[in-house]
Design a protein. Structure first.
Length: 391
């Protein structure tokens, strides 16, 4: 099976039946860390480092009140580490024991989270992690035979060994990455660096604010001094199941994709969860926008209108299969957010990717959508993209 087969109604119906036939109990764990509303942020960060959970349930007197997320904490640069967890609680959607797996995958994608709580009334009874959903892809034949190149992210950002740690961190915050490949002058993968390595190496006893954790004048050290050199890679024409095997065996969420030794893309857990979400039953094109903050929801209607116009135009050339957009933001200058938006359009069996940066959310999204529309038009006359190559 290939990604293109997801537009085949009969095939997608059978596949969805297999996925949603799996119970929530099989993909959740009843053992998970928690914090309370009155705990300090420094305590929550310590729990995250120790347990490798990036979204932790907040429980008060036995009742679930929300989640505290690693990414949300890092955005509050001026807040002290003694601040209470209750000021950072994030209301992620909850999972119930009768929920469909494709729906859970869709919620993870739309909310850009790694864990979701499973609740029974006001009590949390479990956690569904992205890693637990990977086994579904590995166990279902129609999914595990999809090729890595069909869903990987390409082009991909990378850093050099002699780049500064702070430069790598700036890139992670700007693009909302958690892991970045390290390459040499010939674009060969020589290592990988993640947010975990940066935070561990930048943690100082005298840190006072969250901003101190992110960026410090004392952290002028190179990427090679903190990067992991025993990096796992995957060939571009490998089956998805091979990538999942590596992710599960080595407890990693990101794998650089190579052709020979050269970096040609990156495959993440997020990419694979998107694949499950795309199998969800719907009456129209699967469109997913993730990364928006609550105060940015008013931009959704305008963005969807631009997407609808784009789909109407490109449908005259090829039939779109799914569209995913992710919004990240960073503080560039002057205290205002600058947006970095990436998108992936599956069309005619190909994945077209694009990225756009700008200060205005709606305008930046619109420019990105126009860029994708132009790419489809150009694709009609040119078939030389990496994703069209066959063995």
């Amino acid at each position: 099976m290939a990604v293109k087969d997801l537009e085949d109604l009969k095939k997608i119906t059978m596949l969805r039946s297999q996925i949603d036939g799996i119970s929530v109990e099989k993909v959740m764990t009843a053992e998970f860390p928690t914090v309370s509303s009155d705990d300090r942020i420094s305590d929550a960060l310590s729990v995250m480092r120790e347990t490798k959970y990036q979204d932790i349930p907040v429980v008060d007197n036995g009742e679930f009140v929300g989640m505290v997320s690693y990414a949300s904490i890092l955005r509050k640069k001026s807040v002290t580490l003694d601040a209470k967890v209750k000021n950072f609680i994030r209301q992620l959607p909850s999972v119930t024991s009768d929920m469909q797996i494709t729906k859970i995958a869709e919620m993870m994608v739309s909310n850009n989270c790694r864990q979701l709580p499973v609740v029974n009334g006001k009590k949390i009874i479990g956690i569904v992690r992205r890693t637990m959903l990977l086994d579904i892809v590995r166990d279902i034949k129609a999914l595990k035979e999809i090729k890595v190149w069909e869903i990987m992210s390409n082009p991909v950002e990378s850093v050099r060994a002699n780049d500064l740690m702070d430069d790598a961190l700036d890139l992670m915050i700007r693009e909302d990455y958690r892991t970045i490949p390290v390459v040499n002058d010939t674009n060969n993968v020589i290592g990988i660096v993640g947010m975990r390595e940066i935070i561990d190496n930048n943690w100082k006893k005298d840190n006072k604010t969250i901003g101190d954790l992110e960026k410090s004048s004392r952290s002028q050290i190179t990427v090679e001094s903190i990067a992991l050199t025993s990096v796992k890679t995957i060939a571009w024409d490998s089956d998805i199941s091979e990538a999942v095997d590596e992710m599960r065996e080595y407890s990693i969420s990101t794998i650089p994709v190579v052709e020979g030794k050269e970096l040609v893309g990156v495959l993440t857990e997020y990419d694979i969860i998107e694949l499950l979400a795309a199998c969800r039953e719907r009456d129209m094109l699967f469109v997913q926008i993730s990364g928006l903050e609550d105060d940015e929801k008013d931009a959704v209607d305008a963005i969807y209108a631009d997407i609808e116009n784009m789909v109407t135009k490109v449908s005259k050339i090829y039939k779109p299969e799914s569209f995913n957009m992710h919004v990240s933001r960073y503080n560039d200058v002057g205290g205002n957010y600058k947006y970095s938006i990436s998108a992936r359009l599956f069309i005619n069996g190909e994945a077209i990717m694009a990225k756009q940066v700008g200060w205005d959310l709606i305008q930046t999204a619109g420019d990105l959508i126009t860029k994708l529309e132009d790419a489809v038009i150009n694709m009609k006359d040119s078939k030389v993209t990496f994703r069209k190559r066959k063995k």
